[in-house]
Design a protein around this ligand. Sequence first.
Ligand code: AMP
Length: 383
Amino acid sequence: MMGVDAILPGAVLGVMGSGQLGRMFAIEARKLGYRVHTLSPDKDSPTGQIADREVVASYDDEAAVRDFAKGIAVLTFEFENVPSRTIEWAAEHCIVRPAGRVLHVCQHRLREKEFLAGAGLPVAPFRKVNKAAELAVAAAEIGLPGVLKTAAFGYDGKGQRKLLPGDDLAAAWVPFEGAPAVLEGFVRFEREISVLVCRGVDGAMATWPVCENEHANHILDITYCPARIPESVAASARALAERVALALDLVGVLAVEMFLLADGELVINELAPRPHNSGHFSFDASVTSQFAQQVRTICGLPLGSTESMRPAAMSNLLGDVWLDSRTGTPNWAAALAIPGVHLHLYGKADPKRGRKMGHITATGDDVESAAQKAKEARAGLVT
Ligand code: AMP
């Protein structure tokens, strides 16, 4: 149902963060006739290139944040590590979706795990660790192997270390000194999956088909959608993601990353209260993409169908593709010549190893052939 307070096309939508996720949000918002403003510390950003207005300011710049919020109808995020007080300043001038409290939970591993465990949702055993002595106690309680992670600002495996039985824990703690951390039990998973879920202002919810994710060097490499898992497991994963969205009282889009164990058990690894890299397939293969749904949810509009039109796969394009190409320019024509392949580039000028510069999506009759195409198209870029 469309509420009386729906934010209708023509209004100005604001997004904090200005990377590729904001860029794809801005593209979908503009398709619907909205105007888009973005605020981040970066200039000529992936989002700024598409937005009507790019404000370059620190998230700590109160005057700039308040001014930005006065010029928009609703604020959303493409990046969850926005300081809480920044969101509080904005909330005095515009609607904020998802709410600041959702970001507060999701931007800190310990708060996130405590929230999930408190809601009765499955997570790996974990302990808070603030000093070397606490690490020894946590390791004894949970048992090793385990994974030590910084509580804040970690992503793509940054600020993480696997600990094995017999490791020198005092030495392992040294790089973590000075910031809160979490020790998690190591999960012997069979697959990594993610579920994108969206929830409207009226509480209506929907999930996309489950994604299966393969990582390389801790960075997402390939997503298969649908995941190659039994239908009953997929249904449980989708139901679990809906429970998370409900527990958070989310308005917006949320990614729930999970580990799937050999016996079919699911363990939640991480939440991202925004569209997610693993949901990029939806831009080309779903009736409604995760970004279009982000627009709809924050504006109080009805949700679109999350049905997939075809099996799909995504391969990420890191700066390595540029750096490994003889001329420094990937062979775009080779990828574009493959039927069913879509190329997405984020407008970033400076390729670096490990930096996300774009992605490829491919559709096929089945997910294996789609993945084959997405991998081949990527391999063909480097000549
Ligand atoms: P994260 O930054 O928490 O998403 O972790 C990055 C990657 O490290 C995950 O995608 C997993 O492949 C691996 N990982 C993280 N936590 C665990 C865990 N508790 N047990 C096993 N593998 C993990």
